[in-house]
Design a protein around this ligand. Structure first.
Ligand code: BGC
Length: 737
């Protein structure tokens, strides 16, 4: 449709129709046999509220969505197509490792490829918009949604945000092409910093912290062209984001220049009443539209109140028109007026979903993202000639995709046992269940409470596991959190592996010292005891559809583990938040120095996490040359290069994740000890050398100064280049300004 035609369409719509465009309900409401139950009924929505809704969420499938679209368009007064939205967070049916693991790959180019595939699958199944990426910076592993984040570094977070948006929308941002999805960057802003890590709690971020740490990834997503943004549920510095003109209208739109569609989070407009920000749904609707929320997801506020608010003059119709214009523009960009199905179809879906290419990339992304945290006596890689006992509840589990993989089929998941046997590694392997993931616990799932009892086979499982461990040369323990223990509404205060699994690990390690523990989790766990009981520890997060295959490849040395810690694994939850780019203090603690009292430290635990940012072992042995700088100083607009030569002196091919950190030695605001500012992944054969070259631009040096200007301040900088955030391989230069 031309812009002129779109304008005519808007002008010809009734107020009721326009308000309809601003309402989003679950897809099930628009099906022929729709009945309203569950959370929707709780929200008070009725079928009459949904008739003209301009978008739906949460369901997929080409056949199902085509039927809904056809029926809806036929009945709609102007035959305007619906927008189909859903959470496709790390893959549609081919589920890639969770975003936290993708962050650990430190490899945005591969992540972009994965999201291109996710978009192709989801679009073939009828979806137009995905509520992704989640670019909330997280430094508190108690918060369950850490699984959806890329980790603790604003720089890495920003690169992943761009990769996600480019993957979904294509490098040219042409949404009309088949296989493209519109991205929706979320949650704007501060949702990743709930006080005390408790879900939905408010966030307190100073202007400086917000801009320095939390906004860079949001800005990256906007610059990459994200078509939608979802303002956050929670309050930031006392005001719910959904009702904040300062956050949505002033910051997001006016300052950052976002011109696309804003969508509230699930029932967030209605929740303004519970938050004490609005007296009733009418006031909530008024606050939200004034703040700049275009679409109200799953609350009655816009559907019931907006028309009356405009008719009474309390809300200017101009605000409605502006919002509807943005929504219609998105529909038009997607080409829905020409093809309301956007290329979706049963044949296309069959051809695309779970195809070999997608499964292959998912498998290699597992190897790229698992982190080898410990490998004493080179117990890994395993030799398939020796006897290996695989023990634990994750040996046969298909529940390894995470709670946001809502379109997965569990049967598609390759378990660890299947990965080992189908990979050809299983000649001398035995497999035991050992124990359940959870025991004597209740966990709230999606609308249902899951009760985990104590199996009557428990003692038998343990006996069998101990026997297998005694007879084996090596034991692989497959342990971890339950998938319901991470994700939305899954904050934990105790971030350890459930107790009966730990008990099993203690018993097994007492009969066989050669234990390799594979840890499944949606967050960095407290692994102190796991590490003490194991010779090797491999963190695999929730590895997705091809998890078992990719993990087996790493365990048996077909591929070297490629992941690096993208969020610190704390020594204890009491250190949280603990991260690599904390500010310098006037009384720094030097653990290598003599005992010091009046310094910034704990009396009863280390300052440093158990596994710090950027850390991760491989099967290679890498030697770094000193850092070479192209010059000792740089002036305005100039670019320096920093380079290193890296040699694989080991006997196996491996990926080395070369990281560049920057330290601004003096600033008008205190500066982080060091900050990640660059990554190059080198894949080196034994004996091979590679070069990593980084460009240092003025932009990389910019900080928020004491007057809240974003600029590079003249002075000395140290560049560190190495294999993790603690490297001392460094060089200095001066920025002259
Ligand atoms: C989450 C969002 C998600 C939405 C729709 C909410 O509960 O916070 O991230 O996109 O539901 O499923």
């Amino acid at each position: 449709m031309t812009e002129q035609e779109l304008k005519h369409l808007l002008q010809s719509m009734s107020l009721e129709e326009k308000v309809g465009q601003m309402v989003q309900v679950t897809g099930a409401f628009l099906e022929e046999d729709a009945v309203i139950t569950g959370p929707a009924a709780d929200a008070g929505l009725e079928l009459s509220d949904c008739k003209l809704a301009g978008s739906i969420l949460g369901i997929a499938g080409a056949k199902r969505l085509r039927k809904i679209q056809e029926r809806y368009m036929e009945e709609h007064p102007h035959h305007i197509p619906l927008l189909m939205m859903a959470d496709v967070i790390h893959g549609y049916r081919t589920v890639f490792p969770i975003p936290l693991a993708l962050g650990a790959s430190f490899h945005p180019e591969l992540v972009e490829k994965a999201m291109t595939m996710a978009a192709a699958e989801a679009a073939s199944a009828g979806l137009h918009v995905t509520f992704s990426p989640m670019t909330d910076l997280v430094r508190d592993p108690r918060w369950g949604r850490v699984l959806e984040s890329f980790g603790e570094s604003p720089w890495l977070d920003a690169r992943m945000a761009e990769a996600y948006v480019r993957g979904y929308q294509g490098p040219d941002n042409d949404l009309s092409r088949p296989g493209r999805l519109s991205a929706c960057d979320k949650h704007f802003v501060g949702y990743g910093a709930p006080v005390a890590g408790r879900e939905y709690n408010h966030a307190e971020l100073s202007e400086h912290t917000l801009r320095e740490f939390h906004l860079p990834a949001k800005i990256a997503a906007i610059r990459a062209g994200t078509a939608c943004v979802m303002p956050a549920f929670q309050s930031l510095n006392g005001v719910p984001c959904t009702a904040s003109e300062k956050i949505v209208r002033n910051l997001l739109r006016d300052e950052l220049g976002f011109e696309g569609v804003t969508i509230s989070d699930w029932s967030a407009v209605g929740e303004l009443v519970a938050q004490g920000a609005a007296e009733n749904t009418r006031e909530a609707a008024k606050l939200a539209i004034e703040a700049g929320i275009d679409i109200d997801m799953m609350s009655v506020c816009y559907a019931r109140e907006l028309k009356g608010l405009v008719e009474s003059g309390e809300v200017e119709e101009r605000l409605v028109d502006e919002a509807v214009w943005r929504i219609l523009t998105l529909k038009n960009r997607l080409g829905l007026f020409e093809d309301p199905f956007h290329g979706a179809g049963v044949q296309e879906e069959k051809r695309t979903v779970l195809c070999e290419k997608h499964r292959d990339l998912a498998r290699s992304l597992v190897a790229e993202s698992v982190i080898l945290l410990k490998n004493e006596d080179a117990v890994l890689p395993l030799d398939s000639g020796s006897r290996t006992a695989f023990i634990g509840p994750y040996v046969d589990s298909t529940d390894t995709c995470g709670s946001w993989a809502i379109f997965q089929n569990r049967e598609d998941t390759v378990t660890l046992r299947r990965g080992v046997t189908e990979g050809g590694y299983g000649a001398n392997a035995v497999f035991c269940h050992g124990c359940d993931v959870l025991e004597n616990t209740r966990v709230l799932g999606f609308g249902v409470e899951e009760v985990f009892g104590q199996s009557e086979n428990r003692d038998e499982w343990i006996r069998e596991a101990l026997q297998a461990a005694k007879e084996a040369d090596r034991v692989v323990m497959a342990l971890g959190e339950h998938t319901l223990q991470s994700g939305e509404a899954a904050s934990r205060g105790d971030i350890t592996i459930p107790h009966q699994q730990m008990e099993l690990l203690r018993q097994i390690s007492a009969v066989n010292p050669n234990v390799v523990t594979v840890v499944y989790s949606g967050r960095p766990l407290d692994l102190r005891e796991v590490s003490a009981c194991s010779k090797a520890v491999l963190a695999v997060f929730l590895p997705g559809t091809m998890g078992g295959a990719g993990i087996a490849d790493v365990l048996f040395g077909r591929t070297s583990p490629g992941g690096r810690v993208s969020i610190s694994f704390p020594w204890s939850v009491a250190q949280v938040p603990v991260y690599h780019d904390d500010y310098t203090t006037g009384r720094p603690y030097d653990p290598a120095g003599a005992e010091q009292k009046f310094v910034s430290r704990y009396l009863d635990m280390p300052n440093e996490p158990l596994y710090s940012f950027g850390y991760g072992l491989t099967y290679g042995i890498f030697r770094y040359s000193p850092v070479r700088l192209s010059a000792g100083s740089m002036g305005q607009g100039q670019i320096l290069t920093a380079s290193v030569t890296v040699k694989n002196e080991g006997s196996m091919a491996a990926k080395e994740t070369v990281q560049l950190y920057l330290r601004d030695e003096k600033g008008t605001t205190v500066r982080p000890r060091r900050e990640l500012k660059g990554v190059k992944c080198l894949y080196l054969q034994p004996g091979e050398e590679g070069e990593a070259v980084f460009e240092i631009t003025e932009d990389l040096l910019k900080i928020w100064d004491k007057h809240m200007n974003f600029l590079a301040e003249p002075g000395w900088f140290t560049i560190y280049v190495g294999g993790d955030s603690r490297t001392e391989n460094s060089a200095r230069f001066r920025y002259e300004g």
